[in-house]
Design a protein. Structure first.
Length: 147
């Protein structure tokens, strides 16, 4: 059981740090503050989490600085789960909600890579299917109505 808690703490801290660097933080912040707060003023806890978030953003990808913030969150999560083992279920639910999901078996994943060169200063628009496939099929020149 201790190994499961250790894994949950590590995964939780890593996920929270990742959320702090994204737009998803605005959705997760109040719920995480409530989780970390347990009996404390949620606004105070939210401000503490915001301080950590600011450090994560300032780190700008510096692995050591981000790692320091993740360690802080691991310590907080470890203390939380020792004091309130029931919080593990809430943390797991938050992680399920905010962790990116892998594609489902049988689903199609599209990946594209584009490179522009030649000094063009014109507008470039990339689109897959916008209201269906291109008229004339996928190999038809853009704007060509097809056969």
């Amino acid at each position: 059981m201790e190994a499961e808690i250790a894994q949950l703490v590590t995964t939780g801290a890593t996920t929270v740090v990742g959320l702090m660097a994204t737009e998803a933080w605005t959705q997760a912040r109040s719920r995480l503050a409530a989780l970390f707060g347990r009996g404390r003023d949620t606004e105070e806890v939210s401000a503490e989490l915001e301080e950590i978030r600011v450090e994560v953003v300032r780190a700008d990808g510096d692995a050591e600085l981000v790692g320091d913030q993740a360690a802080e969150l691991r310590n907080r999560l470890r203390r939380l789960l020792r004091q309130d083992p029931q919080a593990a279920a809430e943390l797991e639910a938050l992680l399920r909600e905010f962790t990116p999901r892998a594609p489902q078996p049988g689903s199609t994943v599209y990946q594209s890579t584009n490179t522009l060169s030649g000094g063009s200063h014109s507008t470039v628009i990339q689109a897959g299917f916008v209201n269906g496939p291109l008229p004339g099929g996928p190999n038809a020149p853009f704007g060509h109505p097809g056969p």
